[in-house]
Design a protein around this ligand. Structure first.
Ligand code: SAM
Ligand code: SF4
Length: 395
């Protein structure tokens, strides 16, 4: 199976009040020309980390942010070409996604993306209420989202739609309206995100009451199901066949390479005896990241990474990750996959943990996999706690 590559583009039109990602207002950091050169340097420096994957086409490339559609489209082309120069080729099956925000895309940009092989678009619409968009400091308005979606439909493209809900003062009717528009305008994939902000944050006031928030989850689920969508992951819905290959890769124990500011990587193959895979990540501050990549005479050896940017996984960490990511999925935690990776004895450990949850209708078992029930999805964090093995003595 091929590798997945994530490339982080940290430029935004504005900083949205709720956002905690590693992004900047575009005028506050060095320009994209500079940043793209740094990412190219990172590719050159580390391309051999995933050497084994060069023999098959990439599974996915994902340009996320930030707002990748804000920078000139030529940079996106350039980065795909650079990967190819170092042996990471795309093929007809490679899913190439770019996150695009309304008001940052036009027909010329779109054609450049298409020419470069981009075949999936994730639209940061959030809501069609201008009142709410303004409240969270988004620069775009609902009409601009409609224009963006009309453009994507004109080219009959595969696009996904990010929806933010449970915003302060948001009503059930406003959410219903957002869902109607998303479905009517031809989205084949939808990621509904319940607004998450820390206590004391300006957006933590006037949130819909808890009952309404639960009803919002239910409205989303019902409405999307009625329209042929299914929930393939806790917070992702799609029409069958339109699941995000890239996101699935994170949840099915596959290797991925993250490039750019704050990006995380995972190597499934062990790099050390008794290691269960390796995670490494980039700094999440623009200057620290760019300075690090620019340093002269840098080693391109994984073992020279600072301990604060790499982790060789122990068995209990790998098992925890495996359980958490699998339980997020509609396909669930498969005993076949679990024992294949961790040995037959692990089945008993998992059954002991699962039994009380099966009894309380929080999990169900289909003969091979444990899956969250409707009730389980609503309290998934509590379930994940049960399947956390950190520091525990396991087989
Ligand atoms: C990092 S953003 C990138 C996409 C694009 N820049 C945008 O904002 O439309 C990915 C998604 O995360 C979601 N998100 C960001 N901050 C969030 C928060 N505090 N709570 C819930 N969802 C959030 C937003 O819905 C957003 O579409
Ligand atoms: S546009 Fe997206 S990435 Fe940028 S600040 Fe807003 S939510 Fe964050």
């Amino acid at each position: 199976m091929g590798l997945g590559i994530y490339i982080h583009i940290p430029y935004c039109l504005q900083r949205c009040t709720y956002c905690d990602f590693a992004t900047y207002v575009h005028s506050e950091i060095k320009p994209p020309e500079f940043y793209v050169e740094i990412v190219k340097k990172e590719i050159a420096l580390r391309h051999q980390f995933f050497e084994n994957f060069k023999t098959v086409p990439l599974s996915t490339i994902y340009f996320g942010g930030g707002t990748p559609s804000l920078i000139p489209a030529e940079h996106i082309v350039n980065l795909i070409a650079e990967l190819s120069k170092f042996g990471y080729q795309t093929g007809p099956q490679t899913e190439i996604t770019i996150e695009i925000n309304p008001a940052t895309i036009d027909e010329r940009k779109l054609e450049i993306y298409l020419e470069a092989g981009v075949n999936r678009f994730s639209v940061g619409a959030q809501t069609f209420s201008d009142r709410l968009l303004k409240m969270v400091h988004r620069e775009h308005n609902a009409e601009q989202t409609r224009q963006t979606l009309a453009l994507l439909r004109k080219y009959n493209l595969n696009f996904s739609f990010d929806l933010l809900f449970a915003l302060p003062t948001q009503t059930l009717a406003e959410l219903q309206n957002d869902l109607s528009i998303a479905v009517d305008l031809g989205s084949r994939h939808l990621s509904p995100y319940c607004l998450t902000v820390p206590e004391g944050h300006p957006l933590s006031k006037n949130r819909p009451p808890e009952n309404d928030q639960i009803e919002m989850f239910e409205i989303i689920h019902r409405r999307l199901q009625e329209n042929g969508f299914y929930r393939y992951e806790i917070s992702n819905y799609s029409l069958p066949g339109f699941e995000s290959k890239h996101n699935l890769l994170y949840w099915t124990d596959r290797s991925y390479w993250g490039l750019g500011l704050s990006a995380h990587s995972y190597m499934k193959e062990s790099q050390l005896p008794n290691s269960w895979g390796t995670r490494f990540w980039n700094q999440n501050n623009f200057d620290l990241y760019t300075d690090q990549i620019q340093k002269p005479h840098q080693s391109s050896d994984l073992f020279d990474f600072s301990v604060s940017q790499i982790e060789f996984l122990k068995k209990h960490q790998s098992l925890t990750d495996f359980c958490h990511t699998s339980l997020r999925l509609d396909t669930g935690l498969s005993i076949t996959d679990l024992t294949h990776k961790f040995g037959n004895q692990i089945e008993r450990v998992i059954l002991n943990l699962a039994q009380p949850l099966l009894d309380r209708d929080i999990l169900r078992f289909n003969g091979n996999a444990y899956k969250l029930t409707e009730k389980g999805v609503l309290i998934s964090n509590q379930v994940f706690e049960q399947f956390t093995f950190l520091g525990k003595d396991i087989l």
